[in-house]
Write a protein that binds this ligand. Sequence first.
Ligand code: SAM
Length: 203
Amino acid sequence: MRNRQHVNVHSICFMEFSGEMPRLEEGKKVELEIGCADAQFLFERAERDPSRIYIGLEIREPLVDAVNKKAKALNLPVQAVFVHAGLHLSKLLPEQSVAQCFLNFPDPCFKRRHRDRRMINEELLEQLHPLMEKDGEVLMQSDVFDVALDAMDTFERCDELYENMAGPWSFWKGENPYGVRSWREMNCEENDMPIWRMRYLPR
Ligand SMILES: C[S@@+](CC[C@H](N)C(=O)[O-])C[C@H]1O[C@@H](n2cnc3c(N)ncnc32)[C@H](O)[C@@H]1O
């Protein structure tokens, strides 16, 4: 099946939520990836600890279907949800239900003139904040410096909601602490490309 690389995030077809709501289970921790694509990161997390629930949000419907098929075939607790996260995130999950949120390599074809299409913006971060557990964590990573800087600017402007673990306006100097890699992360590392990371705690 042809899989378009980009969608118009302003398309009217995303205005109404038409995906399936995630299914949570009492007492099970939730990890969330916004913009999960093939959800490689979540599948690897799920293999390591299948006692949690792994939810991937994705705006490209064929990818959502493929992830859900794979999860069923592998019997892993990964669920993909077809959604424009910026419009509907706050309706998808209960308050304080997310232990970890991953923003892995969003908007790789970043152009300043398309700034209004960015996945990480203040509206997204404001919706995310109440969904995070009090001791939860958000990881953001990108191989595009402008994208990373733009995301940092957005987080730092929301500093009443999030605390930068490396100190204000600083990138995380260490590795990705989660022990698994997204598809794009794996490609960047294999090609010796730099990756900028940030870790934030909800206040
Ligand atoms: C470059 S890919 C990165 C995929 C994966 N996280 C990785 O690191 O390999 C970014 C993904 O975010 C998705 N995306 C972009 N805007 C989105 C939005 N508003 N809501 C949900 N997904 C979105 C894109 O369709 C794409 O699959």
